[in-house]
Design a protein. Sequence first.
Length: 364
Amino acid sequence: MSIHPGPKKMLQHISIENAKRILHAQGSVQDAALESGLSGTGRLHDLFTRIEGMILGEYKNGGAGLQIDWQLVSSPYGNVLVANTAKGICFLSFADDPAAETARLHALFPNAELRNTATPMQAQALHALQHPPQQPIALHTLAARTKNRPAGQRIGASMNLFSPHPADNLLPYDGIVNDYGIIFTPQQADDYLAYLEEHIAWRHDEAVIYGKHITTARQVAWYGEQNFAYTYSGATRTAQPWDSVLADIKQQVEQQLAAVSPTRFNSCLLNRYADGSQGMAWHSDDEACLGKNTVISSVSFGATRKFAFKHKQTQEKRELMLQHGQLIVMRGSTQTHWRHAIMKSSKIHTPRINLTFRTMLPQG
C-alpha cells in the first residue's frame, strides 16, 4: 500500500470514487465509466478489480458470492476497520464508533460472507498507518465531524486519500466553487433529512415566465433572521423566522468555511425535489439583493443528484455529483459568469433537499 501514489494512480482512484457515486445514484455502468473519464466499461471493470478488490458485478450486487475478512485494529490515528477479499482490500475506515462502522461494512456488502478474521493482506495495508513516518502526511478525507475531534478537523467515516480539498477551485476560470465534501455523519444527515421533510413549511415555487404565472412541481421554503423580501423569476417571497435546526446547520456550515472563506449567512432558500423528474433549469443567483460576488453555501440531503455549471460566454461545462450531507460553496464572480442547474434523471426515485445559505443586503 503506497501512501504517496503517483499522479496516474491518483486519477484512477478519483475515477473509481466518481463511478461509485454514479452507481449508488442508480446510474448505469456505461454512465459511470464515461462520466468518470474512462474509455469504456472494460476499463472501469479492470480498475475496479484492481482498486476495490472485487469485480464490478460483485460490488453492485452487495458482495454476492464473496468471502470478506475483516478486523478492527488500533493505530496512532485511532481505531481502523479494514476488510479484504481474495483479490485485495475492499474497505478501510477510521472507526470512532466500531459498532457503527461494522454495521456500515455489513450494509455495503449485505450479500457477502463476512468473517472477523485477520489476514496478511490486512497487515500489509495497515503497515503505513501503524508505523507513521517521521514527516507528517497530509490526508484529505471525507468530512464528518466526530465528538472526539475539533470541529475544524476533517476526518471521514471512510478513509479516502483523494477526496476534494476545500481550497481547490472546481471552476477553470471566472469564479470559485469549493467542494468541502461530506460534512455530516450518515446518521446526522439522515436525521436532518427526516426533520426537514416533516417540519419545514414547504410550498410549490412560483414563477412568471413570458407573462404567464407558473407553479412548479419542485417545492421551496425561504427563511431568514429578518422578513427579507427575495424576488426571483418574477415572484417575491417573504422570509419566515429561522427554524432552530436550520440555524444549527447554518452554524456548522459557517464553521466549515472559517478557514477558507469566512462568511456569516442571514438567510436560507430550501428546495425539495421529490425525485429525478424534478430539477432546476439553468440560472444564476445574481439578484441585486445578494450583492456582487456573493457567497452561497449549498448543503445536500437525500438522493445523489448531478449538479452542473455552464459558462455564460464560452458554454464550457463542469459537473459533479452532490451527495447526502455534502457541502459546496459558490463565491467570487461565479454568479456573474456561470449558470448552474440540477439535472433531471429518470433513474432517481427518492427525494433530495437542498439548503442554500445566503447573505441578503440590508433592506430599507
